[in-house]
Design a binder for this molecule. Structure first.
Ligand SMILES: *Cc1c(COP(=O)(O)O)cnc(C)c1O
Length: 407
């Protein structure tokens, strides 16, 4: 099968770049987006035939991906992630049972949806013959890069803030990446990757600084559309850091619309951030096109501790076009919500995922949505990758055990 990629396009100016060359940002320093020959796809494929049934997980959307053949796929067993309706916890959140659905991305390789983006980025890097990739990360992106780069036999160098959850750092290192802790935040790590480009010769795979991670994240939109039988929810709650997933899903919906396969109203895109790092929320509230750098970013939801996002204007565009909004939630609310959903329904979310559930509660209170509306919350990583409360109940095997206590 041939690729349907036409070219790359600067997301700010629309200037076109050839797809068969290696790119980071556009000449204007903006993210590049992949454009496809949708007319040709429409002629040759249909809504019922465009998916490649034989391909695993999101690779089934090959027609709208830049990796055009199975041999170029770098794969670790990607799966279609399940939709799980909240049960008892939806009562606590204030919604109606059946209307709050979690898309659990923690089931992907390396335990997070970063696998989607990095699988695509590494596959393309492999196709282009790149030998060394580098990334700034709050943990999950580094883990996904490390794993896929090993599969592709490409060297990976990873820089994390020194307070990144331990398990993430250990995972990255164990999966073969050269791993460094930096006494700063993700944007400080990003500066090191940028500045090292010339001297080391590595390729920068930072969020939106190469064109293909977003194509991988886009598959969340395709998957959701298929899983919901082409009838999308009223709103999508997305924990927003660099925003690749939100921008990617919006791009997916736009492509399916342009193909004429997806009709009807699109979901409100609701960006969730922590009150400890909410640059997008601020920019949205103030009607700005770009967000301002957030000082002293701090939150337990490490995946969304992103003080500055290069694609901020794309996130804000998608939110506004969709009639959505951006909401900030307190860390305490995030953790209480994680604990509550775990205890009520046995579904252990990551803090970022729990933030979307907390954000749902706020959206209800603010009447941004109502309880009759169907919503999808994105749980972007396995809850197991984060610190959890200790267990402190003990039994002394040498004393008489009071069995009534277990009843
Ligand atoms: C990276 C990450 C996010 C943020 O995703 P973006 O698409 O970069 O905004 C949210 N949650 C988790 C668990 C992450 O790893």
């Amino acid at each position: 099968m041939q690729s349907y990629v036409l070219h790359l396009e600067c997301s700010k100016t629309g200037v076109i770049y050839p797809a068969d060359q290696i790119h980071n940002l556009s000449d204007d320093g903006m993210p590049l987006l992949v454009r496809y020959d949708l007319k040709k796809i429409k002629e040759e494929l249909s809504k019922d035939s465009w998916c490649m049934e034989s391909a695993p997980g999101f690779w089934r959307y090959q027609a709208l991906l830049p990796v055009s053949n199975a041999a170029s796929r770098i794969s670790l067993g990607e799966v279609i992630t399940p939709l799980i309706p909240l049960k008892k916890s939806s009562d606590v959140l204030g919604g109606k049972q059946g209307n709050i659905i979690v898309k659990d991305e923690g089931r992907l390789p390396t335990g997070s949806f970063k696998a989607r983006g990095l699988a695509l980025a590494v596959s393309m890097a492999h196709q282009f013959g790149l030998k060394h990739l580098a990334i700034p990360t709050n943990g999950n992106a580094g883990a996904a890069l490390a794993a896929y780069a090993r599969q592709a036999n490409i060297k990976a160098t990873v820089f994390c803030p020194d307070d990144t959850p331990r398990v993430n750092v250990q995972e990255i290192q164990l999966q073969g990446a050269d791993t460094y802790l930096v006494n700063g935040l993700i944007n400080d790590c990003g500066k090191i990757v940028l500045e090292g480009r010339k001297q080391v010769g590595w390729f920068d795979v930072s969020t939106l600084k190469e064109p293909y991670r977003i194509e991988g994240k886009k598959t969340m939109g395709f998957e959701l559309t298929e899983q919901m039988n082409w009838s999308l929810p009223d709103a999508i709650f997305y924990p927003t850091g660099g925003g690749t997933g939100l921008i990617g899903m919006w791009k997916a919906f736009a492509e399916l619309k342009e193909l004429g396969w997806l009709t009807g109203k699109l979901p409100k895109m609701i960006a969730i951030q922590s009150t400890g790092c909410a640059p997008i929320v601020n920019a949205f509230d103030q009607g700005l096109e770009h967000a301002r750098l957030w000082d002293n970013a701090q939150t337990v939801a490490s995946g969304i501790r992103v003080p500055a996002a290069i694609g901020d204007f794309l996130i804000l565009d998608a939110i506004r076009q969709s009639d959505g909004c951006a909401l900030a939630v307190e860390d305490e609310h995030i953790i209480n919500t994680r604990d509550m959903i775990s205890k009520e329904d046995g579904l252990l979310l990551c803090p970022e995922g729990a933030a979307t559930a907390a954000g749902y509660q706020i959206a209800l209170e603010k009447k941004i949505i109502n309880e009759d509306e169907k919503v999808v919350l994105f749980n972007c990583a396995s809850g197991l990758k984060y610190p959890m409360p200790d267990s402190n109940q003990t039994i002394d095997k040498n004393s008489v055990i009071e069995y009534s206590q277990f009843a």
